[in-house]
Design a binder for this molecule. Structure first.
Ligand code: AMP
Length: 150
């Protein structure tokens, strides 16, 4: 049996596994919902971070949130896509950690979230830690431990 505590996995630096901010699809708080839907659709992601012009994290926007916000009583009010802005409808509760957070804490959070947002001490958005990246690394680690054990 593999004892992960004895391995190096939990000691990994989460920054080494992070997708850096410049490679993260995101929108700005002032963007309208039409733009956000365009970015979400083109990127293929269901939810992406909402940043301000100084790269501070304000929330997450997703396709379901946008669709819900333009749902009228009898029809989808597509004209609202242009009128409404991301900051009016975004989810302000963001799964976020500092870049020096431990892998153990991140693992616990990733059970319930597909990705975590990473912030520097000064609050600037540094990137994201997707669940799939961590699982990939854990899988590699387990294979390596198994090879060592045989
Ligand atoms: P994955 O585990 O790669 O499927 O990613 C899980 C979630 O993380 C995606 O559904 C997105 O919400 C988010 N995500 C992953 N990579 C990116 C990226 N490059 N830009 C923005 N969001 C991302």
């Amino acid at each position: 049996m593999i004892n992960l505590h004895s391995g190096e996995f939990l000691q990994l630096n989460i920054v080494d596994l992070m997708i850096p901010s410049e490679r993260v699809a995101h929108v700005q708080i002032g963007n309208n919902l039409e733009h956000a839907l365009l970015v979400l659709t083109k990127s293929g992601y269901t939810a992406i971070p909402v940043l301000d012009p100084h790269y501070k994290l304000h929330g997450l926007i997703s396709t379901p949130i946008i669709m819900e916000s333009i749902l009228g009583l009898e029809r989808i009010e597509f004209e609202k896509l242009e009128e409404k802005h991301v900051e009016e409808v975004m989810n302000k509760s963001v799964p976020r950690v500092k870049t020096n957070e431990s892998m153990k804490v991140c693992l616990e959070l990733l059970v319930n979230h597909p990705f975590l947002c990473l912030e520097a001490e000064n609050g600037f958005f540094e990137g994201i830690l997707p669940r799939s990246t961590v699982l990939n690394r854990l899988n590699k680690h387990i294979k390596m431990m198994n090879r060592k054990a045989t």
